[in-house]
Design a protein around this ligand. Sequence first.
Ligand code: PEP
Length: 254
Amino acid sequence: MSRTAIVAGNWKMNLDRAKARELTAAIAARRGEAAAVELVLCPPALYAETVGTALAAAKSDVALGGQNMHDKASGAFTGEVAPPMLVDLGCRYVILGHSERRTLFGETDAIVNAKTKAALAAGLTPIVCVGETLEEREGNRTEAVVTTQVNGSLAGLSPADVEKIVIAYEPVWAIGTGKVATPQQAQEVHALIRRLLAELSSPAVAAKVRLQYGGSVKPDNAADLAAQPDIDGALVGGASLKADDFLGIAKAFA
Ligand code: PEP
């Protein structure tokens, strides 16, 4: 089963508008270096229009994504971003349940599940993040934690919806720490996630779902991760803020 690799940049709460424009233009100009890979830029929501405009000006097929959203389409939710607003700005993807959302903003699997359903209803492709903490890994609870997160975040999805999503396995201990999971550790969890998806839908559907690894991915460790059979791309934080690094990672998946 051949899956188109997908590499997404999570810019988090970084850059300003001028730098967002500059980075977008630099990536769009060199997009051909990783033509076979789907690329997604996830800027802060306030800069999505700026990045979308820069991509359109470059006639680029690099996709735009949000980093989070509310599960309601509108209403009295001060400070929140609604799924149709992301769509309105040209977003095709949205990161959901990032570990920073789960740990710093109290997002539970039930919340991630509601957001996943809302994203699909709005026509967005959710990039659903799961991953264990260091304490959970050291306590041999990785499989249990990831199983609970996948089943909880995707509860009630039809096989047709499961087929549309992207899952990012991001061990919390590897995010922004410089500690990357070994390709074997990552592959083991990706294979587990694909088995869980097969149980939730069917083996044929699970074989089509793209699974990204995230956690200190850099150009020099991306190739070993990309060589694993169940790793179909990367969700990149720090290294996505530099065009050279982001494209270097994307090339490893080409
Ligand atoms: C992330 O935040 O999704 C991430 C993977 O960050 P980093 O690449 O900086 O570890």
